[in-house]
Design a protein around this ligand. Sequence first.
Ligand SMILES: [Cu+2]
Length: 150
Amino acid sequence: MVTHVTGGEMEHSKFTLVSLLSVFVLLLLTACAGTPAAAPQTTTQITVDMVEFMFNPETVRVPAGGQIEITLINSGALEHEWAIMNLGIQASEPFDENDEANIYWEKEVGPRSQVVETFTAPSEPGDYQIVCAIAGHMEAGMVGTLVVEP
Ligand SMILES: [Cu+2]
């Protein structure tokens, strides 16, 4: 006995398949919609190269209160760090505990390596001193400026 599939039945199975797919797609969309969307935020990307004994570039400009993504590259043979001092503070030479307490944000990077970090720029516009707080490095020239723009 031969079963003939009529045109009507064929249309029906196609319709069922399409319906199932639609439901599946809807479920996927609903799942995605359930995830809270991240608030749009502008990130300022900066890159600083560190080597004995300097920062390149020395001066970095960021918007006040902005979200900053910094790539810190240590091309040198020694450990270095990029430390932002609080507004109005000039680190003493040698760098001491009082200076340590006046760091706004800092990141150390091992020799011949790099890191990507994020931080929030100070909300107060102005010129912030940047130093490498490792003993002797500031004196040797590892100083710079973070210009926080209004
Ligand atoms: Cu250093």
